[in-house]
Design a protein around this ligand. Structure first.
Ligand SMILES: [Zn+2]
Ligand SMILES: [Zn+2]
Length: 135
């Protein structure tokens, strides 16, 4: 009976044959490369597995792996902020934060930077009948 102790943080690649189509992620800050088989096993397909890994990596290490450029939302008035892999959820966070707190939020990505002003939301809700049915 051979049951070598496996470190969950360690790549299991030694035992399992590399399928060849298992996507990998590397991080130059950590100096490591990971196979995404764990994420794929957790029913995240393709790009979603990569995103899930990137989010988990950021959550546990404070930085994103290589090849990931997050959208950064940063409130100008309070310490609140977040990082997202896509513009859509980032913009949504900024708009929601501005809406609820009336804070201006900076939404930035290497090529672009936007400030989401709470006033824009105020104008919008002044024109339309206040409805909270969505979001
Ligand atoms: Zn890392
Ligand atoms: Zn704020």
């Amino acid at each position: 009976m051979s049951n070598p102790p496996t470190d969950p943080d360690d790549s299991p690649a030694a035992d399992e044959e590399p399928a060849g189509n298992t996507p990998t992620v590397s991080c130059s800050r950590c100096g490591r490369t990971w196979a995404l088989d764990y994420e794929l096993d957790s029913l995240y397909a393709g790009n979603q597995a990569f995103e899930q890994f990137a989010l988990d990596h950021e959550r546990h290490t404070g930085h994103f792996p290589d090849g990931v450029t997050p959208w950064v939302v940063d409130c100008q008035q309070c310490p609140d902020g977040e990082r997202f892999l896509d513009e859509k959820p980032a913009r949504r966070w900024a708009e929601t934060h501005a809406r609820h707190t009336r804070h201006a939020v900076t939404l930035s990505h290497p090529e672009t930077e936007t400030v989401v002003e709470p006033d824009a939301e105020a104008i919008k809700s002044a024109q339309t009948v206040e409805s909270d049915s969505e979001e």
